[in-house]
Design a protein around this ligand. Structure first.
Ligand code: BG6
Length: 504
């Protein structure tokens, strides 16, 4: 039997989007708002204010958002629902380099709020490039737009990337927390909007059988893989400054790591869950540069074929420096210095332009200590993995050994698996629905807190420093469409281990 509490319908509010003409708003935010509208999970008293840098009419903005919705909706668009949502949209121009424009924004907003009877609750969504977060927040603060009271809340959502290293993340936290309180600041990591990622907590803490063996006594090591088929595409300028490590590890891969490795929180609320996650990230051993070089692999893709698509060299992508040493693939070995995980390596890898899309967490259990079956010595038994599939396979599988039917004892590895799509019939979403809804009802359990963000950067900083110092030395290449660099295999082979499913 399943139980599900009815989701709460949020209080009336104004949803203010900076970066409303951008890709993120069209691709993810508006389709998610549409899905919420269709599920009757938007407030009745609601308005969307789209902030544009230069003047734009509300009609033009609505037409552009509608175009985006038709292209990126995750389900067939019901025109009535879409019209009702877009009717709530108003375009207002404001630019942080023109402070009076924020005072005018306040006046416009107050009028819209009175018309729509939203009660003064405001949510500001910064779907902008990261260098705009601080200037926009500063102006919102100065113009009094973020100042809430007992009757009306004010919240700020910022997208990733949150900083580019430890120092910049700290500076951004300090800056934003000088304007808005931690509980009103929502740092998005879209991985936390994924059902399969949220399910890690449920898997661990709603079943009695996993937690007793979820530790160094029974687990040999953990692998976290986020392989992508896509190359860098048209994001050369952003990506060349960023690289695979910054783009994926302190945020998405560390979200997976912290959910898998955290201690059971005292309560299922934002404070307890975020504290437990931050604590485990703080326990990641901070390596020195020499260790960081030994425990990492970085590589860049060269021309190849992903499926039928020809992918050119990374260095020939538009806006990428011809001699760039930015990595498009990163693999790391980390350890967590605490009672539960001492001696259990965590291997992380992520890369672009690989042969297959695969996002998963694989928990490898220790081998049976001894095998009494003469036909199959321990080292030939297949490995026991619990695999949490995030994408494209959404589900959980367990790999174990079984007897091959027949007169002799012969053993083979088999898999028992659960797939979301076979079990649950749910309307497809893009992951932002839960995050936006949570923000409107004031639940920050799925958002990152300052200490968690900083702990993540602290753990990756030695790799960033060591790689920067090494420059081209040690940067490997891999062919687009392959499994990644050979050295990533060596990273595990050195410890007598291998990546799950590796064909090499
Ligand atoms: C983004 C990164 O945050 O996550 C992209 O900037 C990456 O480079 C994307 O492709 C991966 O997300 P997902 O949900 O496709 O695994």
């Amino acid at each position: 039997m399943t139980t599900q509490a009815n989701p709460q319908v949020p209080d009336g509010c104004a949803f203010v989007i900076f970066g409303v003409t951008g890709d993120l708003t069209h691709r993810l935010v508006v389709p998610a708002l549409y899905n919420l509208a269709e599920a009757d999970l938007l407030p009745e008293k609601f308005c969307v204010v789209g902030i544009t840098r230069s003047e734009m009419s509300s009609e033009d903005l609505r037409a552009s958002l509608m175009h985006g919705l038709r292209k990126f909706a995750t389900r067939p668009v019901n025109e009535d629902v879409a019209d009702k949502l877009l009717y709530c949209v108003t375009a207002v121009s404001a630019d942080p380099s023109d402070p009076p424009s924020f005072d005018r924004l306040r006046e416009r907003l107050e009028k819209l709020e009175a018309n729509r009877n939203t009660g003064g609750n405001r949510l500001f969504y910064l779907a902008t490039p990261p260098d705009a977060f601080a200037p926009i927040a500063t102006e919102l603060g100065r113009a009094g737009l973020l100042q809430g009271n007992d009757q009306a809340w004010r919240r700020l959502i910022v997208e990733k990337p949150f900083g580019t290293d430890l120092a910049s993340a700290k500076a951004l936290n300090d800056h934003l927390l000088g304007i808005v309180a931690e509980h009103d600041l929502y740092r998005i990591d879209h991985y936390l909007g994924k059902e399969t990622v949220q399910n890690i907590l449920v898997l661990r803490f709603s079943n009695g059988m996993f937690e007793p063996i979820w530790n160094r006594d029974h687990i040999d090591h953990i692998q976290i893989t986020v392989d992508e088929k896509l190359g860098v595409g048209h994001r050369g300028s952003f990506y060349d400054k960023t690289g695979a490590l910054r783009d994926m590890v302190p945020n998405h891969l560390f979200q997976l790591l912290s959910l898998v490795a955290m201690e059971p929180p005292a309560h299922f609320n934002a404070h307890s869950v975020r504290s437990a996650k931050a604590e485990v990230l703080t326990a990641i051993q901070v390596q020195n540069e020499e260790e960081a070089l030994r425990n990492s692999v970085r590589a860049q893709y060269i021309a190849g074929k992903v499926g039928d698509t020809e992918i050119p060299d990374y260095r020939s992508v538009k806006d990428v420096a011809p001699g760039s040493t930015t990595e498009t693939y990163a693999a790391l070995k980390l350890t967590i210095d605490n009672w539960r995980w001492a001696g259990v390596p965590f291997y992380l890898r992520t890369g672009k332009a690989l042969g297959a899309k695969r996002t998963e967490v694989a928990i490898k259990f220790k081998q049976a200590p001894f095998a009494m079956f003469r036909c199959t010595p321990v080292e030939q038994l297949s490995q026991n993995y619990l695999v949490i599939g995030i994408e494209p396979v959404e589900g959980i599988s367990l790999q174990f050994n079984t007897k091959i039917p027949g007169p002799t004892i012969a053993i083979d590895g088999v898999e028992m698996s659960f797939r979301y799509k076979d079990y649950f019939k749910v309307a497809p979403s893009n992951g932002y629905e839960t995050l936006l809804h949570d923000c409107m009802i004031g639940d920050n359990i799925l958002f990152q807190r300052a200490d968690g963000v900083e702990a993540g950067w602290r753990a990756v900083q030695p790799f960033l420093d060591a790689w920067e110092r090494a420059g081209a030395n040690g940067l490997q290449t891999y062919e687009a469409g392959s499994e990644g660099p050979q050295d990533a295999e060596t990273l595990l082979a050195r410890d007598g281990r291998n990546w799950r499913g590796s064909a090499r």
